[in-house]
Design a protein around this ligand. Structure first.
Ligand code: PEP
Length: 252
């Protein structure tokens, strides 16, 4: 049985006061650990602050990015051990905004995945195609390439403590969501791709969907057999929406 995850990627939003209000409102809604793991990914500078607010609560902490290097002269970067030191358990790697805006390639993303695991962080590997890939029938080719590079570098066993998020780029922040059928088809493809290397891992790896998930569409997406929860951007900044998305895990 794969335990669902509902993860809020706050991106570059919020202030300390906004964060405190958001966490207070989330905790007031009593997020139910039994329904899903509930994670928040604040900007780096707020990790420690938010970490204090969520300590001993059902909400867990993650970071939006990590350096592939362990330490050294890498101005502006943040290492996996630093994230661990401030209480993170999870980290996003290969978010499409990192791939697309900051030109992170598959190799770098794979090295970040490995760097996170080396410090016992759970990486959430984001994969997903551009609209033009989908329109040219290349969705599976792109997703397979992004996934395979990580599996080659880290080995399929690395998924024991890793998570995949399928996030079609054309659905991120656009208000345009993949249909439940489109999401399910790619999730099943990802699972089969992993299963070709290790059947058990194919079955047990959690695959989240991300891309304009809201309270109004979460239940139908999460009802798909290979969708194990969601990575939520915009809607995670609104406590009521985020809690409703979390509750949708209970309707699966
Ligand atoms: C994201 O940033 O990972 C995301 C899915 O964003 P949104 O929900 O706003 O589309």
């Amino acid at each position: 049985m794969r335990r669902p995850i509902v993860a809020g990627n706050w991106k570059m939003h919020g202030t300390r006061a906004d964060n405190a209000r958001l966490i207070e409102a989330l905790l007031a809604g009593h997020p139910d650990r039994a329904l899903a793991e509930c994670l928040v990914f604040p900007p780096f500078v707020y990790l420690q602050d938010v970490g204090r607010l969520v300590r001993d609560t059902p909400i867990e902490l993650g970071a939006q990015n990590v350096c592939a290097e362990a330490r050294g002269a890498f101005t502006g970067e943040v290492s996996a051990s630093m994230l661990q030191d401030v209480g993170c358990r999870y980290v996003l790697v290969g978010h499409s905004e990192r791939r697309w805006i900051y030109h992170e390639d598959d190799q770098l993303v794979a090295r970040k995945f490995a760097a996170a695991q080396a410090k016992s962080l759970v990486p959430i590997l984001c994969v997903g195609e551009h609209l033009w890939d989908r329109e040219n029938g290349r969705t599976e080719e792109v997703v397979a390439r992004q996934l395979d590079v990580v599996l080659e570098l880290c080995g399929v066993g690395a998924l024991e403590s890793g998570v995949i998020a399928y996030e079609p780029m054309w659905a991120i922040g656009t208000g345009r969501t993949a249909t439940p059928e489109q999401a399910q088809a790619v999730h099943a493809f990802i699972r089969e791709r992993i299963a070709k290397r290790d059947a058990k891992m194919g079955e047990s790896t959690r695959v989240l969907y991300g891309g304009s998930v809201k309270a109004s569409n979460a239940a139908e997406l999460f009802a798909q057999p290979d969708v194990d929860g969601g990575l939520i951007g915009g809607a995670s900044l609104n406590a009521e929406e985020f809690l409703a998305i979390l509750a949708a895990c209970g309707l699966r």
